[in-house]
Write a protein that binds this ligand. Structure first.
Ligand code: HEC
Ligand code: HEC
Length: 337
């Protein structure tokens, strides 16, 4: 007879489950991390108005160029300025851990936006990706693609408590370098690991050579049809983590291919390329102490040069921001109001 007797374990008195209210309260505490994502199956939704809206929303996310791109069939629906898809960055239709998931977005909004200095609805957050990542214009709240995106995002979050904190949010957190990230070294990584898909001019690969509304098999990383310089992906910490945990396409944070150092340098190479410019970026972040250390455009509250905000090292900037916060509380952006 072995030491392990399954029957004995099963026969033990089970701890009674906590009452539902208590469980809900513990989930709702600020720092609870929800590790198991409970996402309803969209294909099982009934074929009613909401079911159709949610499915259309998923399609807008995955086939953005077709529905809202610059060459979309209906000129009134051309909101995006490039032919990217939301899901080129929000991987697996917004359901991939450390692939910029959107699973908790509807649970997290409305909330205060440090970038605008105002309370932001979920629709405002969608518009900020529309005007930056998609280099386009804001969508009216009652436009069908906007209502559909919101319905899809609301469904993704429907099993989560308000302000839920999910495991796998964002793009990850590889260790910071203590030197500036190096675009020249990154060019070598790019030639070895990225060029086969994203191409030597960073232009990616269209699905259809004639009709851009088919979107991309491989999205561009820079150039006129890429995200603009105000996008989150144009910040080095974001893109380095995204690339480390998701590229070459198909890898995941569980088994990354790139060494962190290579991810930093190849991200620097991408960041050093030309992309569309968004006007008015100097008015982002009314409190300059809220500005992420890797924001590549000024003004800044600290004395560090723009190049260091773009390529790092970020550690000293973070330390100075923390010191200024303790000292002054806030530093108003001179370009606001
Ligand atoms: C080029 C990459 C890219 C594209 C394309 C893109 N996004 Fe984003 N999105 C991001 C990044 C990066 C963030 C996180 C921003 C940050 O850290 O400042 C984000 C954040 C968001 C959030 C907030 C998530 C949260 O939980 O706070 C929403 C909602 C969102 N995006 C929706 C969209 C939608 C809808 C589209 C398409 C219309 C889209 N995005 C296209 C990169 C992208
Ligand atoms: C096997 C082909 C392949 C390789 C190799 C590859 N990528 Fe990608 N990349 C993709 C695809 C496809 C997507 C869009 C994913 C989706 O839509 O699900 C993507 C998306 C991206 C994005 C976000 C979308 C955008 O347009 O900005 C970035 C950034 C990125 N890749 C960078 C890189 C870097 C840097 C490397 C090299 C380290 C790399 N990729 C290697 C295929 C690839």
């Amino acid at each position: 007879m072995g030491a392990f007797v399954p029957g004995a374990a099963l026969g033990q008195q089970a701890t009674p489950p906590p009452p539902a209210a208590e469980l809900a309260a513990s989930l709702a505490t600020a720092n609870a991390r929800i590790a198991v994502w409970d996402i309803p199956d969209i294909d099982l939704l009934p074929d009613d108005e909401n079911g159709r809206l949610v499915r259309y929303g998923r399609s807008v996310l995955e086939e953005s160029a077709r529905h809202i791109g610059p060459d979309a069939a209906d000129p009134a629906q051309r909101f995006a300025g490039n032919n990217l898809a939301c899901a080129n960055c929000h991987l697996d239709a917004g359901r991939k851990k450390f692939g910029l998931p959107l699973v908790a977005a509807a649970a997290d909004y409305p909330r205060y936006s440090t970038r605008s200095g105002e309370r932001a609805e979920l629709a405002d957050r969608v518009d900020s990706c529309m005007t930056r990542s998609m280099n386009g214009r804001a969508m009216p709240r009652d436009a069908r693609p906007m209502r559909a995106l919101l319905a899809y995002l609301t469904l993704l979050s429907s099993a989560l408590p308000k302000d839920a904190n999910i495991a796998g949010a964002g793009a990850g957190a590889i260790p910071l370098l203590d030197r500036p990230a190096d675009p020249a070294r990154g060019a070598v990584v790019y030639a070895q690991t990225c060029v086969v898909c994203h191409r030597s001019g960073g232009e990616g690969l269209r699905r259809n050579a004639v009709d851009a509304s088919f979107g991309y098999g491989v999205p561009p990383l820079w150039g006129p049809d890429s995200f603009n310089d105000g996008a989150g992906m144009n910040r080095l910490i974001t893109i380095a983590n995204f690339v480390h945990d998701n590229m070459p396409n198909g890898v995941s944070w569980v088994m990354p291919v790139l060494a962190p150092e290579d991810a930093w340098d190849v991200a620097a190479y991408v960041a050093s390329q030309k992309r569309p410019h968004r006007v008015g970026l100097d008015r982002d972040f009314p409190d300059l102490l809220d500005k992420p250390v890797d924001t590549p455009y000024g003004p800044y509250a600290d004395g560090f040069p723009q190049a260091q905000h773009k390529y790092g090292p970020f550690g000293p900037i973070g330390a100075e921001i923390a010191r200024l916060k303790a000292d002054k509380g806030r530093v108003p952006n001179p370009n606001v109001r």
